[in-house]
Design a protein around this ligand. Structure first.
Ligand SMILES: Cc1cc2nc3c(=O)[nH]c(=O)nc-3n(C[C@H](O)[C@H](O)[C@H](O)COP(=O)(O)OP(=O)(O)OC[C@H]3O[C@@H](n4cnc5c(N)ncnc54)[C@H](O)[C@@H]3O)c2cc1C
Length: 440
């Protein structure tokens, strides 16, 4: 074994494992270090892994069928007031086609499965004895010499590499240590995510949500689910459980004086949600910080001499109202960072100039293109009207439209005017509608 790895990856989450898989396939020598007992032990997601990058990493993963819970076949967005729920619902046979548009995952299962696939790739590589996945080890420091990253320190142990990929997730302490992130991340660039996994017999779950085989439902919520705090809710079906949770703006939550746990209980007690989780038993509760997807929250740069930052450590995430995309962004950025290592190794050049190719690749991928294109939508979602006025108005209209009470019935346009009058100024709403139309 050489005394130096081509690359050390810090973090065995999705970004780190995706980088590792790419390096193993390219016959590079690497060390991946994860602080959890196993990969996935410490990780939280809603979680839907969107897009087709998983198929790029593990071709035909659906045939193995082990890592994921269900594929997304049915999507729903629900506006809530305290009593009502008005949903936009979409189901289509095209969702049955592989590669799926998304799969639900439980991270303790998924990350461990992906780590197993990485180990298989290591075993099949040209240097099966010279690449490692090491768990239960906390990296405390990235070693720097003359402004260049040269390795890592974990306790008394020191390991050297030509390059370090920091894939440590949103609590990016090492990214701060190497000087690419400010010492304190602004509160409006992060949110609090809370989630419960609720067990329900697979047959009952499939009957309740009209699922066939491994098909699944994703349901996002906005309005009363967050009790006036900026944010929204989600409910996703797994094989024999339901993931339910909230993502709440950090500053708003602090100012509200409410606890995420109490807000989650109110969400679960909403009549539309209570019917979906009836008789399901909470088997897991977790909480995690999550980036808001504001591009201003990204570190000052995502590469320097001998080091690159991948995944949510670089605040790569998009939440523009359609879905939270953090895992697919982590996957693509991990792949691109590793591909940059492979090119750098060929050129024997791990300088900042060489590693800038990582930034360029990310800029031309959907990750930074979408983050840039949908920044207005990200900011729009933070406006109070989006999680209070709009859902209240939509539910008010729905109540009138769907109620038949043996009285003369108004036209839908009159119902809408009445609802608008009760909740907002007409012109404010027109302005908001135009902004929404432009930003999405
Ligand atoms: C409630 C909630 C719901 C979400 N829902 C979705 C969703 O539905 N879809 C979606 O795409 N995204 C979702 N996200 C976001 C998504 O989970 C993240 O964007 C994604 O996990 C980022 O992956 P990552 O590999 O960058 O970081 P992580 O998954 O956080 O992995 C980082 C890894 O690094 C390890 N680590 C950290 N520091 C060290 C160290 N010093 N030494 C060794 N190891 C270390 C950690 O233990 C961890 O395993 C959600 C997040 C939350 C909190």
């Amino acid at each position: 074994m050489e005394d130096k790895f081509d690359c050390i990856i810090v973090g065995g989450g999705i970004a780190g494992l995706s980088a590792a898989m790419t390096l193993a396939r390219a016959d590079a020598r690497f060390l991946l270090i994860e602080r959890g007992e196993f990969c996935g032990a410490k990780n939280v997601s809603g979680g839907v892994l969107w897009g087709s990058d998983l198929a790029r990493l593990v071709p035909d993963y659906w045939e193995d069928g082990e890592g994921f819970e269900r594929f997304v076949a049915h999507r729903r967005l629900t506006f809530m007031d305290p009593q009502s729920a008005f949903s936009v619902d979409f189901k289509s046979d095209h969702f049955q086609e592989t590669p799926y548009t998304g799969v639900t995952v439980l991270r303790a299962v998924f990350d461990a499965w992906l780590a197993g696939k990485v180990q298989e790739a290591i075993d099949a590589s040209a240097h099966p004895e010279e690449s490692f996945i090491a768990t239960d080890i906390l990296v405390e420091e990235v070693l720097m010499e003359d402004g260049r990253a040269t390795g890592i320190r974990a306790g008394d142990e020191v390991f050297h590499a030509d390059c370090v990929i920091i894939a440590e997730g949103v609590n990016n302490l090492l990214t701060r240590q190497v000087g690419l992130e400010k010492p304190y991340v602004a509160g409006d660039h992060v949110a609090v995510g809370v989630k419960e996994v609720m067990q329900l017999d697979a047959k009952r779950l499939e009957d309740r949500f009209q699922l066939r085989g491994r098909s699944g439902l994703t349901n996002e919520f906005v309005g009363a689910c967050s009790e006036g705090v900026e944010g929204g809710g989600f409910l996703y079906t797994n094989r024999d459980s339901i993931s339910i949770g909230l993502v709440l703006g950090m500053n708003e939550l602090r100012d509200s004086g409410k606890t995420p746990y109490d807000i989650l209980n109110t969400f679960k007690a909403h009549p539309a949600v209570a019917d979906m989780i009836r008789d399901a038993e909470t088997v897991e509760y977790s909480a995690h910080v999550v980036s808001t997807g504001d591009i201003k929250g990204m570190p000052s740069e995502i590469y320097a001499d001998g080091v690159m930052i991948a995944g949510e450590a670089a605040h790569l995430l998009l939440n523009a109202g359609k879905a939270i995309q953090g895992m697919d962004y982590a996957m693509r950025s991990g792949i691109l960072a590793a591909e940059t290592v492979v090119e750098a190794k060929k050129a024997n050049d791990f300088s900042k100039a060489m590693l800038s190719n990582y930034r360029k690749a990310l800029e031309s991928s959907y990750v930074l293109q979408d983050m840039r294109s949908f920044q207005d939508a990200v900011h729009l979602l933070h406006r109070k009207e989006m999680f209070s006025t709009v859902p209240d108005l939509v539910c008010d209209f729905g109540r009138q439209f769907f109620t038949i009470d043996s009285q003369p019935t108004q036209k839908a346009s009159a119902m809408m005017r009445a609802a608008v009058k009760r909740h907002a100024s007409y012109w404010d709403l027109v302005k908001l509608g135009l902004k929404a139309a432009r930003s999405l």
